[in-house]
Design a protein around this ligand. Structure first.
Ligand SMILES: *Cc1c(COP(=O)(O)O)cnc(C)c1O
Length: 386
């Protein structure tokens, strides 16, 4: 049987999406039009934040975040090593140094006890901020991270690229959504096609701080302003000033139009991801040698990824690929990348994340994965493991 390959993740585009893009292409604006504002407002509402700034991808969003927080040469920022390169690179773009903190072996998120240990064992003032990642869609208890960051006077960036719609329960029993601005200074979402909401390329930065919001908008468009109250002088109605070294990190209006229709289906997609996760959990629960993702009742996992750990990961990866199942590894730990090794990191530095990396595999997880396709994936995994 020749079967359609099954990827680990993929976008879902329907006729509403296509119509929305077409009608924006026929409108007066291809960029900086009304769809951007509408997408920002709706995304902010969805995650529960006061402000949202649309950007051309999450990497730009992370760079804007470190820029508006003032990261500069000499700064040192603590980052999780279990993430995509962009989560740490944004510190380097601003000339700051990255210190990696090992992960929790159950959640695969940055281990808050290890973070506390790093902060305690360095002189006050060594670090300026922390970047955490809601890895695979597992939401952090942001309240705890905020408290620790406040103790040490640090800012907190939440890379929420895996977690739109996820929430944790705070100490008062209130559900707190990823990116809602109540704890992190800035949160970043990605709209790359493998993520929950797809715009091709695209991203969003959310915050509850009016000052940071204003700076994000300013740096998104070259650091240029026409606001009369901010100009040093004014030569006439045409006059503008470039006051800071900003960027062009704008999203287009037709991408925003796509984001809006995608966002309308986001909750439906999340529910389907839960179903898929539950079916995998059920299929693997009594199989020795397969470790399934950690679950808790007081969080809502967004399941960007469904990751298992197995003894022979390379064997299973090859077997699945031979059978048309394109499982993936998330991620090669960042501190082991040649670039970060050259900056002083080495194998053995972070034993938990390194052990995780030796065994992890992300199985297909996306809303349009059919039950029949999932059954096939499960069958192939069990064939190999048993
Ligand atoms: C996808 C991703 C990014 C980068 O997103 P882009 O929109 O492709 O720039 C950053 N961090 C994490 C954790 C991601 O998964």
């Amino acid at each position: 049987m020749i079967r359609k390959p099954i990827p680990y993740g993929r976008q879902s585009i329907n006729d509403d999406d296509i119509q929305a893009v077409i009608s924006t292409l026929r409108s007066d604006y291809l960029t900086q039009g009304p769809k951007i504002k509408e997408f920002e407002t709706k995304l902010a509402e969805y995650v529960g934040a006061k402000y949202a700034v649309a950007v051309n991808n999450a990497t730009s969003g992370l760079h804007l975040a470190t820029t508006v927080l003032g990261v500069k040469p000499g700064d040192n920022v603590i980052v999780t090593p279990m993430t995509f390169a962009a989560s740490a690179n944004c510190v380097r773009y601003c000339g700051g140094e990255v210190t990696f903190c090992d992960i929790d072996p159950e959640t695969y998120l940055m281990d808050i006890d290890k973070l506390r240990g790093i902060l305690r064992s360095h002189p006050e003032g060594t670090f300026t901020g922390v970047i955490i990642v809601d890895f695979a869609g597992y939401p952090h208890n942001l309240e705890e991270y905020r408290k620790l960051c406040d103790e040490y006077g640090l800012w907190l960036i939440e890379d929420a690229c895996h977690a739109p719609g996820a929430w944790f329960t705070d100490s008062k029993g209130v559900k707190q959504h990823s990116g809602n601005g109540n704890f992190a200074d800035l949160s970043i979402f990605s709209f790359h096609p493998v993520k929950h909401i797809a715009t091709g390329e695209g991203g969003m930065v959310t915050t509850n701080s009016p000052e940071l919001y204003e700076r994000l908008c300013h740096y998104r468009t070259h650091g240029i302003t026409k606001d009369p109250s901010k100009l040093e002088k004014c030569d006439g109605g045409w006059y503008y000033e470039m006051q800071d070294l900003g960027f062009n990190y704008r999203l287009t209006d037709f991408q925003a139009a796509l984001g809006i229709t995608q966002l309308e289906r986001a909750d439906k997609g999340l529910r389907r991801r839960q179903q898929i996760a539950e079916r995998y959990d059920e299929a693997f629960k009594n199989i020795p040698g397969i470790k399934t993702p950690s679950r808790r009742d007081d969080i809502y996992h967004a399941f960007h990824l469904y990751i298992i750990q197995v003894p022979d990961r390379k064997g299973l990866y090859d077997y699945l690929h031979e059978n048309g199942v394109y499982a993936q590894v998330h991620y090669v730990p960042l501190h082991l990348m040649p670039y970060y090794r050259q900056r002083g990191n080495k194998k053995g530095d972070l034993p938990v994340v390194e052990a995780y990396y030796d065994h992890c595999l992300s199985l297909p997880m996306y809303p349009t994965l059919t039950d029949e396709e999932q059954d096939y994936v499960i069958e192939k995994v069990l064939e190999f493991v048993k």
